[in-house]
Design a protein around this ligand. Structure first.
Ligand code: CA
Length: 224
């Protein structure tokens, strides 16, 4: 299990890192929000322990940016602020849990283990095609970190095409998989929805990844 500890108080960061390492976690430490964001985006972590008050970027900014980039790694937010809204603020930003300082190390460990169990059980993996990310758990979609609003049917169609990235899928296949086997409407609805998707996932970004292959079907091709 890899954990990223983000804490600018060096002694606390060191103590957390040693404690977690002793429990068998592989630990990386970041001392400011900017480094934390870069490390979390480029590394694969199972959980992040994130202090709220940090230099460069605050813990809440890091949290918001990570979620906007499609990073769903569970986050425990550490807060030293005294205010009734701290908890709500942290959770609204996409943190999964919070702990007010000073906290007991045993409690942190218990919360961390609870989050890791929940994550392992429930959350389906993100679909990724180039810089396009779809979270099947929340139906949220991002291109290059920018959120894209899609209807449920558009999400279902995009998820199917992302799972089949690089492969050509026929209108018939798409109708069966996305609309259901008993779908009896005009198959041209697929073309219509592919058009909707293009206007949302490609055109605003000036790229062309969703292709019509004449006489064969449709293909999502993110590379190049
Ligand atoms: Ca701090």
């Amino acid at each position: 299990m890899r954990v990223l500890v983000v804490e600018d108080e060096l002694r606390l960061a060191g103590a957390l890192a040693r404690g977690l390492a002793q429990k068998g976690f592989e630990v990386e430490v970041a001392h400011d929000g900017g480094t934390a964001y870069e490390t979390a985006v480029h590394g694969r972590f199972d959980a992040i322990v994130l202090d709220l008050m940090l230099p460069v970027l605050s813990g809440s900014d890091v949290c918001r940016r990570l979620r906007a980039s499609g990073i769903t790694t569970p986050i425990v937010m550490l807060t030293a602020k005294h205010g009734e809204n701290d908890e709500a603020d942290g959770l609204d930003l996409g943190a999964d849990d919070y702990l007010r300082k000073p906290f007991s190390y045993v409690v942190l460990l218990a919360r961390l283990n609870a989050l890791l169990r929940r994550d392992a059980l429930g959350r389906p993996p993100l679909l990724v095609a180039g810089d396009l990310v779809l979270d099947p758990a929340t139906s949220k979609v991002w291109r290059d970190g920018e959120p894209i609003e899609l209807t449920p049917r558009e999400v279902a169609l995009l998820a199917f095409l992302m799972r089949n990235e690089g492969r050509i899928r026929s209108k018939h296949d798409i109708l069966q998989q996305v609309w259901g086997a008993d779908f009896d409407r005009d198959p041209n609805v697929v073309e219509v929805y592919v058009g909707y998707l293009r206007r949302k996932i490609d055109q605003p970004f000036g790229i062309h990844t969703l292709h019509t292959v004449r006489g064969q079907g449709y293909q999502l091709q993110s590379g190049g």
